[in-house]
Design a protein around this ligand. Structure first.
Ligand SMILES: [Cu+2]
Length: 152
């Protein structure tokens, strides 16, 4: 029973720590930022977009006061070599879950400022073609340096 309670309270804490943000039929959850391994290098932003609607949408841009520019990126694996390319928009299909995660789609935050310290909650605005702007908070998580902190 204690074990169950502890599991439940961890679950609740996790839910509290990672709120979801919704607009229209879109929900953005599990947003987090990996701080740069070296100050001044880009940080990476990850999140999950759930579209519960019957129509597709498109993620067009990302902005945060904590970085000069933010770019949508796709990590590519070709001939055993990992690289990344900038993508202009990301299709969010109807009735789908799109993960922005290490080694895949992600957002690169260039020239991040000093507010990106572990534990900080950073405001980020995602702009979708149909749904419009959706404001979220992403928590900065410390951890091992980005495995995909490739050169840009
Ligand atoms: Cu990147």
């Amino acid at each position: 029973m204690n074990r169950l309670l502890r599991t439940l309270s961890i679950l609740v804490l996790t839910l509290v720590a990672a709120p979801a943000f919704a607009a229209g039929s879109l929900t953005v959850s599990d947003a987090w930022i990996r701080p740069p391994a070296v100050a001044g290098r880009p940080a990476a932003l990850y999140f999950t977009v759930t579209n519960s609607g019957k129509t597709a949408d498109e993620l067009q841009s990302i902005a945060t006061p904590a970085a000069k520019t933010a770019q949508l990126h796709q990590t590519l694996h070709e001939n055993g070599v990992m690289s990344m390319k900038k993508v202009e928009t990301v299709e969010i299909p109807a009735d789908s879950v799109t993960n922005f995660a290490p080694m895949g789609l992600h957002v690169m935050l260039f020239t991040p400022d000093a507010s990106l310290v572990p534990g900080a909650k950073i405001p980020v605005t995602l702009t979708f073609k149909t749904t419009g702007p959706l404001s979220i908070e992403a928590e900065v998580k410390a951890g091992k340096p980005a495995a995909d902190s490739h050169k840009h």
